[in-house]
Design a protein around this ligand. Structure first.
Ligand code: FES
Length: 156
């Protein structure tokens, strides 16, 4: 197993900042055209030393283990960053201590980067979905008998 895979496994044992944020200031959602996975990120801002910075970030994912591990890392390292600083972060930088993304996993990191950029761009926009809407809510059909069953992470 590579160092990256080991680090992903360790991050998944204790994922940070998972779940919707009811009092978020902005929310971003992105789907991967490569694999169909989806990720949503919520941001809450605060004022520090006269600057607007990210106070908290959280995420919800219908995605692979790598996307979840990267989102967990990213939501930790976004704390205290200004929106401008956050917007500069690449997928590889958002992986934090996981290490560089292997070629096959680059789009997983880009899913997190995309949700972040979407959240940064959605602040105060009327088109942003309500902050408390979960991916699960959005994927649920209005009626019918379709049931969404999360996959066991060990199987993906
Ligand atoms: Fe789809 Fe990783 S395989 S985000």
């Amino acid at each position: 197993m590579s160092d990256f895979e080991e680090n992903v496994r360790a991050a998944l044992a204790n994922p940070r900042n998972q779940g919707e944020m009811a009092d978020a200031d902005s929310v971003g959602t992105v789907g991967s055209p490569d694999c169909g996975d989806m990720l949503r990120m919520w941001l809450k801002f605060t004022e520090k030393d006269g600057r607007k910075v990210i106070d908290r970030a959280s995420f919800q994912a219908f995605g692979c283990q790598t996307a979840i591990a990267v989102a967990s890392m990213a939501t930790e390292l976004l704390k205290g960053k200004t929106p401008e600083e956050a917007a500069q972060l690449s997928a590889d930088q958002l992986t934090g201590g996981l290490g560089p993304l292997p070629p096959m996993k680059i789009h997983c990191g880009q899913l997190v980067e995309g949700a972040l950029r979407n959240a940064l761009g959605s602040e105060n926009t009327r088109n942003a979905p309500p902050a408390a809407t979960t991916l699960n809510d959005q994927l649920r059909p209005p009626s019918g008998n379709i049931r969404i069953v999360p996959l066991d992470p060990a199987d993906s």
